[in-house]
Design a binder for this molecule. Structure first.
Ligand code: SAM
Length: 236
């Protein structure tokens, strides 16, 4: 399967406004200080941890792990191109915060169990795991027909994975992060062409082209919707 390369490549997910708002949300859940050691699993270009590091100037640079090394990766983080489970198994580091944002759907049930058990082992005392995934019901992500079918399947899988996650992380809290997206149709259609979301990865070029025509007819010139993430907060 193709790799996800354009999720945070000039999209609302990499915009200053999004990162600012997301990091404000993190601040409401985590007491950051200079000693905080962060690991971001499936970090993409590292935008989130890079911005946190700019603000807090941590003594230890945040660490990002991803199976894809993108060209425009942030420079002020430590990056490991690795499978997350493999990294967690091998590292001798311990963390105050482990972020797993919009990445669980890349793992199967057994892998999620493994990922969580290693993540828990690598948490410092009072360390936190914050896991984010798309809201599974009434999701507002604009989709063409076959993309919508794929997204629904993926969200169904997320529901199954979330059940396992809840079993494995006791005493967790659930909250939501909402971001009001306001982008032009032109930008959104470019994101679709670039397969920004994993439910587009397996589609043929023809399917994507047809989908773009469908959305071009259906969507208004300016697209506004709420991108809602479920957030699971676990504290050791
Ligand atoms: C939807 S993106 C989310 C990126 C980032 N967390 C964010 O929210 O902006 C999912 C990321 O997980 C990465 N990924 C997928 N499978 C992975 C694995 N087994 N180990 C580490 N990263 C993985 C993908 O390459 C991709 O960058």
């Amino acid at each position: 399967m193709k790799k996800l390369r354009n999720w945070d490549n000039k999209t609302w997910l990499s915009s200053k406004k999004y990162i600012f708002s997301f990091n404000n949300f993190l601040r409401s859940k985590i007491k950051f200080d200079k000693n905080t050691q962060i690991l971001d699993i499936g970090c993409g270009r590292g935008n989130i941890i890079s911005s946190l590091h700019k603000k807090y100037k941590f003594y230890n640079k945040p660490i990002g792990v991803d199976i894809v090394k993108n060209k425009s990766l942030k420079k002020n983080i430590f990056f490991f191109k690795s499978d997350a489970i493999h990294y967690l198994k091998k590292t001798n580091k311990n963390f105050d915060v482990i972020l797993i944002k919009q990445t669980i759907h890349f793992f199967n049930k057994n892998q999620i169990k493994l990922l969580l058990s290693y993540a828990k082992l690598k948490l410092r005392d009072k360390g936190q795991i914050l896991l984010f995934s798309l809201k599974t019901k009434d999701n507002q992500i604009p989709c063409f027909k076959s993309m919508g079918i794929n997204l629904k399947k993926s969200l169904k899988k997320d529901e199954e994975l979330l059940k396992i996650i809840k079993k494995n992380l006791k005493n967790l809290k659930e909250v939501y992060f909402n971001f009001r997206v306001n982008i032009s149709k032109q930008v959104y259609l470019r994101m679709i062409r670039d397969r920004y979301i994993s439910c587009l990865l397996k589609m043929s070029v023809k399917e994507i082209k047809l989908g773009i025509s469908e959305l071009n007819l259906r969507l208004k010139n300016q697209i506004r919707f709420t991108d809602t993430l479920k957030c699971i907060v676990f504290r050791k």
